[in-house]
Design a protein around this ligand. Structure first.
Ligand code: AGP
Length: 668
């Protein structure tokens, strides 16, 4: 998830673009860039790191703190000429990056251009077939400057554009070899029928878009079109702000609403061609589309949180999209197989491993615990899960048939990094599931899979957890299909995984219902979270969420463990959250629930839709759609996230920045 901005208007583009990048920085902040139409050319500046690095590089705020012109020795100090004079350009695009393909670097920062340096684009999304397209373009002589999937788009447009241009230059002979009159087809790109180059760029983009697989939000400018900017959307968000004398295109309205409240939201498959006096929106078949202009009355804070009061709630509601981004381009449903590009380099070694140790901290560790059940049940690989903070102080028995799988959202958790280094010392193959591209853990492991869910801002991890469990399922199919797992089983898991985003939407629809239940229990001092098998880790995760957000003491326990001691704590003031879907351990869970009820304990149950029996036992029930047992933790965790969120918000606590916590724990 990156942030893109585009500007065409009568005012200076740079301030609007930089302001837009700052407002979109929460979407990604590992590198940034801007390209401006200046002095009949397009000039681009990129920088690694946060927007302020780019500003400094541009010398955007040099005025703020003018440097002394003379050095201490009295020599005249020639301050570097800012590449852009602020006044100059009225056309430009900019980008703040959340790397997916290619580590954060200046070359990989956007905007990207073609070989001629005429076509410049900024892109948010993932082009799944970029490798295949790149190979073809390289065969044609295109030279690539980055490792990104995005740069392929610029070269593809260039390739089509030049071919069409050739056709334009070389008029077709009227008669073909057989002497028949060659009714030369209408030049494909006419706007208003006149055969000129005006439409060439847009049509080259359309042709290129038809060859792309994946998700994109794109803004594009071309050196030969000083009054034109084009935008296209498929899967990634894109909005157009209509000012009196300017048009601003952005990934979301937080980069627009300080300039205008008149906004058009592009839908999938739509393209917007904007020039100084006209805005044309049409679909990929060049059919014009009438779009409604909406009045947005949000303040900026709201916009960055998309109208949600906290980033945590926004990230909970992003899970349908984030899960889809984690799966996208990685499943081959018909073959019942999974492709994980990041594992290809070690796929042979993975065939030979006979043991997996999963290591992580906090929420990531709970995702690992779900993965343990999956890998043993479906891939038949002996698996253990270790707290990373304990791992290196134990004498772990490791050999080269052992793979260590580290899980980390931030990729900077010191304990997890140390555990990886420990395992590497012992020749283990080190793998990882990481969200932050280019992070220390991402660079330390031998192979891995990125979550592709964009930045997780709220300290309490939510969308990272469900994505980590989804990727554990992908890894299970990947390794399972290398072993005994049948096509049918692989296909079944993939089918169910692809249905998860819609099922999460269904649960998010119960938000108000869950809030009411949270109101009922928000003053509890203690809470048990109980689950069995795949949902034992879910109970641990639910308890962690309530603890870190509401400061209520909560304990996650395997349901079957209660009668071995903890049940002594049960009374009317010690409620329990029971994760009890209709799965292979349902009956066991039901009897454990009755044990608690019979001792006066209050119970909230997470149950499968249509399960009337659980209603007779539990005080409150939150229903989730049915899915494969191994995937129920993804669905069952969402109501637990919402419950903890509402208890914290109802208590008036700082949901996004709970006391005593940090988003990334970089110390041991
Ligand atoms: C979870 O809500 C917490 N923020 C914390 O437990 C977190 O999961 C843990 O610190 C691991 O972080 P990581 O995934 O970035 O390595």
């Amino acid at each position: 998830m990156c942030g893109i901005v585009g500007y065409l208007g009568k005012n200076s583009a740079l301030p609007v673009l930089i302001d837009g990048l700052r407002r979109l920085e929460y979407r990604g902040y590992d590198s940034a860039g801007v390209a401006l139409y200046l002095e009949n050319d397009i000039q681009c500046v990129k920088a690694v790191g946060k927007i302020k690095e780019l500003e400094e590089k541009i010398g955007y705020y040099e005025i703020k703190s003018p440097q002394p012109l003379f050095t201490k020795e009295g020599n005249y100090k020639k301050s570097p000429q800012p590449p852009f004079n602020k006044g100059g350009s009225c056309l430009g695009i900019a980008h703040t990056r959340w790397a997916t393909h290619g580590e954060p670097s200046e070359d990989n920062a956007h905007p990207h251009s073609d070989c001629s340096g005429k076509i410049w684009i900024a892109h948010n999304g993932i082009i799944e077939n970029h490798k295949a397209l790149k190979e073809k373009l390289e065969e044609k002589g295109h030279k690539f400057k980055s490792q990104t999937d995005t740069e392929v788009i610029a070269h593809l447009i260039e390739d089509i554009y030049n071919n069409e241009l050739e056709k334009l230059k070389s008029p077709q002979p009227l008669f073909n070899k057989e002497g028949n009159n060659r009714k030369s087809p209408q030049p494909p790109f006419t706007k208003g029928g006149n055969n000129n180059r005006e439409g060439l760029l847009t049509d080259s983009l359309i042709k290129a878009l038809k060859m792309l697989k994946g998700a994109y939000g794109i803004v594009l400018i071309h050196k030969d079109y000083p009054d034109k900017i084009i935008a296209a959307k498929m899967g990634s968000p894109l909005a157009i702000g209509l000012g009196d004398t300017e048009t601003i295109i952005a990934s979301d309205i937080s980069a627009i609403i300080t300039h205008t409240k008149q906004v058009i939201y592009l839908d999938d498959g739509e393209i917007a061609e904007i020039d100084k006096n006209d805005l044309r929106i049409f679909n990929i078949d060049n059919v014009k589309i009438e779009k409604e202009i909406e009045e947005v009355n949000w303040d900026i804070g709201e916009a960055e949180k998309k109208g949600f009061p906290y980033f945590m709630l926004k990230e909970i509601f992003e899970q349908p999209e984030s899960i889809m981004n984690s799966i996208r381009g990685r499943v081959m449903e018909r073959e019942g197989k999974v492709k994980l590009g990041g594992f290809d380099s070690v796929s042979k070694k993975l065939r030979d491993i006979n043991r997996i140790i999963i290591t992580a901290c906090g929420t990531a560790m709970h995702a690992g615990l779900v993965g343990e059940y999956m890998l043993e049940e479906y891939a038949g690989i002996p698996t253990e899960v270790e707290y990373a903070s304990e791992f290196r102080y134990r004498q772990p028995i490791i050999n080269k048939e052992t793979a260590l799988l580290a899980i980390s959202q931030s990729g900077e958790t010191a304990d997890t990094l140390a555990a990886i280094r420990e395992a590497k010392e012992k020749n283990a193959l080190t793998l990882g599931i990481v969200n932050v591209v280019g992070s220390s853990i991402a660079r330390e492991i031998d192979a891995g899979a990125y979550n592709h869910i964009g930045p997780e801002i709220s300290v309490a991890s939510t969308k990272a957890f469900t994505s980590q469990v989804a990727i554990m399922a992908l890894i299970t199919v990947y390794l399972g299909r290398q072993r005994q797992m049948s096509l049918v089983v692989g296909e079944r898991i993939i089918k169910e995984l692809l249905l998860i985003p819609e099922k999460i939407k269904n649960i998010l629809g119960r938000n108000d219902e869950i809030k009411k239940i949270a109101q009922k229990y928000m003053n509890a001092d203690n809470f048990f979270y109980l689950g069995r098998k795949y949902n034992n880790p879910t109970a641990l995760e639910g308890a962690l969420k309530l603890k870190e957000l509401s400061y209520i003491h909560a304990e996650g326990i395997p349901s079957g463990e209660m009668k071995h001691g903890s049940i002594a704590l049960i009374d009317g003031n010690f409620p329990s959250m029971f994760i009890c879907p209709k799965d292979s351990v349902y009956e066991k869970n039901i009897s454990n629930m009755e044990e608690i009820k019979s001792r006066g304990g209050r119970v909230i149950a997470i149950a499968t839709e249509g399960d009337e029996r659980v209603k007779e036992i539990a005080d409150d029930v939150i229903y989730i759609p049915k899915t494969l047992e191994m995937l129920t933790p993804i669905l069952a965790t969402v109501p637990l996230q919402l419950f903890a969120y509402h208890v914290s918000a109802l208590k008036g606590l700082d949901v996004d920045k709970p006391r005593n916590l940090a988003k990334s724990v970089t110390v041991e």
